[in-house]
Design a protein around this ligand. Structure first.
Ligand SMILES: Cc1ncc(COP(=O)(O)O)c(C=O)c1O
Length: 681
C-alpha cells in the first residue's frame, strides 16, 4: 500500500508542565459548558484506548513497508506520550474527587479483558484504525467549533491540543496499516462499528455520570446543551456522518486536510502562553418586560438556530500578523479585512498615533464646535481635501455617522432621494432619517434611474446616492452614466460612498473618479477612515459651501465628540502613505485580485462581477453559506458567511477580501481550502 503520501509524523516529545497545578476544586466542571464535560469524560476514559492502539498495531510492525514502519514507530511514541500525560491528568482528577473509577474499571475490564482477547487480530486492527478516524473527527469537531475555550486549565488545554494535533495525523497512518493488511470492506465496517459503539457508550455515559457527580446534570442548561448536541448538528451527528464517509468505497483520509488542521492545532499550542482567569457571568437583576421580549424573540431564535453552524460570526480576534489572524485558538489566513493596501500595523502609522497620544492624550474634550477641535483635525481635513482635489472636507466619528448625518442634512421633507437598491445600510438609514421621498432604483440600472428621475419635477431637489464599490458584490457604480444623468436633470446632486474604492480603484488609488477619468465630478464625495485607511471615522469632501453647511447642520458632527487624536493622526499618516506607496501597493493588490478571481473561476466558483478587491463566492443558501464558512474556518481560512438582510434571500455567500498582504501562496491556499470545504459538504 504505497499510493498514499508519507506522513510527516515527528517525534515531538510532549510533557505537561510538572510544576503546573493541574486542578483546583471546581475548575474541572463547575459551570462549564457541555464541551468541557465531554473532554473531562474523554480524559477519564482514554489512557487505555491509547495503549490499545499501540498493542494492536505493534504485531504488524515487522510486516509493514519500511516507510510505514517508521511512521508507526513515531505513532507509538506519540500515543505513548499522550497516554502517560493523560494518566497524570487522571491522577489529578482522582485526587480532586472527580474520578469515575467505579464506572471505568468494569468498562475497561469488558473492553480490554473480554472483547479484545476474543477478537481476531485483523478485527482489532480495523478497530484501532477506526478509533483513530473517530479521534480525528472528534479533534476536528472540537477545533472547528473552538470548544476548547471552556477549559481554563492551561495544561489541560495544552494536552488536548497536542493530542488533537497528533490524532489528526494518526488517522492516516493507522488507515494505511489496515489497508496494507486487509482491504476487506466488511472488516472495515466491523471495526468501525466496534469503535463507534464502545466510544459512544463510554463517552455518553461518562459525560452523564460526571455531570451527575459534579451536580451540573441538575441544571437545565446542561440538558438543553446536551439535547442540542444530540440533535442534528452536534458531535453525534458529525461522528455518524464521518463514519458513513469512512465506509464509502473510495475513502482515504485527506492528507491536505490533516495538515491544515494539524498546523492550526500546533499554532494554537504555540500561542498558549497565557490562561485568562475564568469569566464569571453576573446574573441580571431585572428581566425585560414581556412585550420587549416578544419583539426580540424571532431574532434571538434565529441566532439560536444558527449558532451550532456558526461559531465564527463575530468571533474574537486575538491578534494580527500580516495576512493572518489569531482567532478561536487558530492561526487563520485572513480574508475578512478591509485593509486593502495592508496598512494596518504600518510602523509609520503606528508611530504617528503614538506621537499624537504623547501630545494630546487619547480623547478629546468634546465635540468639534465646543472645545474638541484640534489642529490635527484641521490638518486631516485639509489633507483629505487636497487628496481628492476639493475645496474642503469634514470628518465624522464613523463612516456610518457620516452618511446618516450628511444625507439627513442635505435633504428633508418634500425633497427626493434616488438610492441604488444595494446601497450600504448607512445610506438607507440616512434616507429614512431625512424624511425625504425615497425611491430605490434597480442596482446599477441607469435606465431605471432615468425613468424615476424623469417623473420628478425639475424644481424639486433630487439627491442620487450610490456606493462607488458595492460592499457585498465588489462591483463598481457606472460613474460616467451617473454624472451624465445628474447633469441632464436640474437641481440634482450626486453623492458617492467611496468606502471600498479608496486605495483600490484608480491608478494612484484615489477612487472611482480616477478609475473612470472624471476627476471632480462627484458633488458629495463620501469615504471612510476605517478601511484602506486603518483608523476610524468618515469624511465628506466637496465645495467650501457644502462643507461649511455640514459643519453646522450635520447632527453627527455637531452633537458627537471629535475624532480621538491618535485616530486622526493615524488617518493623516495613512494618507501620506497612500500618496507615496499607494500606487505600488495597489498594483500588487490588483494583480492578486485578478489571479484569485481567475483561480476561483477555474475551480467553478461563482464570483459574480467584482471589479474590486471584494470577491464574493456566491452560494445561494443560508445553510450552505454558514456550513462553508464553518468548514473554511476549521481549515484555517478566516471568512464569514453573508446572509439576509445584508444580501437578499437566495444570494447568500462567502465574501473574501483580497489585500496587499496576501501572497500568491496565500491565495492558492484559500482556493484549495474553499475547494476542500465544498467537496466536504
Ligand atoms: C459602503 C459603506 N459605507 C459606509 C460604511 C460605514 O463605515 P464605518 O464602518 O467606518 O462606520 C461601510 C462599512 O462597512 C460601508 O461598507
Amino acid at each position: 500500500m504505497t499510493a498514499m503520501s508519507v506522513q510527516p509524523l515527528r517525534r515531538r516529545p510532549f510533557a505537561l508542565d510538572g510544576n503546573a497545578a493541574l486542578c483546583s476544586s471546581g475548575d474541572w466542571c463547575d459551570g462549564k459548558p457541555l464541551s468541557t464535560q465531554l473532554l473531562n469524560a474523554y480524559t477519564l476514559l482514554i489512557p487505555e484506548g491509547e495503549r490499545f492502539v499501540i498493542r494492536t498495531c505493534a504485531p504488524y510492525l515487522r510486516e509493514a513497508a519500511p516507510g510505514l514502519r517508521e511512521e508507526l514507530r513515531r505513532l507509538f511514541f506519540q500515543e505513548g506520550g499522550h497516554s502517560r500525560e493523560h494518566e497524570r491528568v487522571l491522577k489529578a482528577m482522582r485526587a480532586d474527587g472527580q474520578s469515575l473509577d467505579l464506572f471505568r474499571k468494569p468498562l475497561e475490564w469488558m473492553f480490554y479483558r473480554v472483547i479484545e482477547p476474543c477478537s481476531p487480530g485483523k478485527l482489532r486492527l480495523a478497530t484501532a484504525a477506526a478509533i483513530e478516524h473517530h479521534n480525528a473527527v472528534i479533534a476536528t469537531h472540537f477545533l472547528n467549533r473552538a470548544l476548547l475555550r471552556g477549559i481554563r486549565i492551561g495544561e489541560l488545554r495544552r494536552l488536548f491540543l497536542w493530542h488533537f494535533a497528533e490524532e489528526i495525523e494518526h488517522k492516516e497512518t493507522a488507515f494505511k496499516l489496515l489497508q496494507s493488511v486487509s482491504r476487506n470492506w466488511l472488516l472495515r465496517a466491523l471495526g468501525l462499528a466496534l469503535s463507534f459503539g464502545t466510544f459512544m457508550l463510554a463517552l455518553a455515559l461518562g459525560t452523564i455520570l460526571l455531570a451527575v457527580k459534579t451536580g451540573s446534570a441538575f441544571s437545565a442548561g446542561f440538558w438543553s446543551e446536551f439535547m442540542t448536541h444530540c440533535r442534528g448538528c452536534g458531535l453525534l451527528a458529525t461522528i455518524v456522518r464521518e463514519s458513513a464517509r469512512y465506509l464509502s468505497p473510495g475513502f482515504a483520509p485527506s492528507p491536505q486536510e490533516s495538515r491544515t488542521l494539524l498546523d492550526a492545532a500546533l499554532a494554537e499550542l504555540e500561542s498558549l502562553g497565557v490562561v485568562r482567569p475564568p469569566f464569571r457571568e453576573i446574573p441580571s437583576r431585572r428581566t425585560l418586560p414581556a412585550a420587549f421580549r416578544d419583539r426580540m424573540a424571532p431574532s434571538l431564535e434565529r441566532v439560536r438556530r444558527l449558532r451550532p453552524r456558526n461559531s465564527y460570526f463575530g468571533a474574537c480576534i486575538g491578534g494580527y500578523d500580516g495576512a493572518w489572524v489569531q482567532s478561536q485558538g487558530m492561526r487563520k489566513l485572513n480574508f475578512c479585512t478591509y485593509s486593502y493596501l495592508g496598512l494596518v500595523g504600518h510602523p509609520c502609522i503606528d508611530e504617528a498615533a503614538k506621537a499624537a497620544i504623547d501630545r494630546y492624550g487619547t480623547g478629546t474634550h468634546g465635540v468639534r464646535l465646543l472645545g474638541g477641535n484640534l489642529e490635527l483635525h484641521e490638518a486631516l481635513e485639509s489633507r483629505i481635501a487636497a487628496c481628492f482635489e476639493r475645496e474642503a472636507a469634514i470628518t465624522f466619528s464613523s463612516g456610518y455617522v457620516t452618511n446618516v448625518s450628511a444625507i439627513a442634512a442635505l435633504v428633508g421633507k418634500g425633497d427626493h432621494v434616488l438610492s441604488d437598491k444595494r446601497n450600504h445600510a448607512s445610506i438607507v438609514d440616512g434616507c429614512r432619517l431625512s424624511e425625504a421621498d425615497v425611491t430605490r432604483f434597480r442596482h446599477n440600472d441607469m435606465a431605471d434611474l432615468e425613468r424615476r428621475l424623469s417623473r420628478l419635477p425639475d424644481e424639486s431637489r433630487k439627491l442620487i446616492l450610490v456606493d462607488a464599490v458595492y460592499s457585498m458584490d465588489g462591483d463598481a457604480a457606472p460613474l460616467q452614466a451617473l454624472t451624465a444623468l445628474r447633469d441632464r436633470y436640474p437641481n440634482t446632486l450626486l453623492m458617492v460612498d467611496e468606502a471600498h474604492s479608496l486605495g483600490v480603484l484608480g491608478c494612484r488609488g484615489r477612487g472611482i473618479e480616477e478609475h473612470f477619468g472624471c476627476s471632480g465630478q462627484i458633488d458629495v464625495l463620501m469615504g471612510t477612515l476605517s478601511k484602506t485607511i486603518p483608523a476610524q471615522g468618515g469624511y465628506i469632501a466637496g465645495s467650501r459651501e457644502l462643507i461649511a453647511f455640514l459643519r453646522f447642520n450635520a447632527r453627527g458632527f455637531v452633537f458627537s465628540a471629535a475624532l480621538p487624536p491618535p485616530i486622526a493622526a493615524a488617518a493623516l499618516a495613512a494618507l501620506d502613505l497612500i500618496e507615496s506607496e499607494g500606487p505600488a501597493r495597489r498594483a500588487r493588490l490588483m494583480s492578486s485580485v485578478d489571479y484569485f478571481v481567475g483561480r476561483l473561476r477555474d475551480a467553478s466558483f461563482d464570483v459574480g462581477n467584482t471589479a474590486s478587491a471584494i470577491v464574493p463566492v456566491l452560494l445561494g443558501s443560508e445553510s450552505l453559506a454558514f456550513d462553508m464558512a464553518r468548514r473554511c474556518n476549521a481549515l484555517g481560512l478566516y471568512t464569514m458567511p453573508v446572509a439576509y438582510p445584508a444580501v437578499p434571500k437566495g444570494e447568500e455567500r462567502l465574501r473574501l477580501n483580497v489585500t496587499y498582504a496576501h501572497s500568491r501562496e496565500d491565495l492558492d491556499t484559500a482556493v484549495e481550502t474553499l475547494r476542500m470545504a465544498r467537496d466536504y459538504l
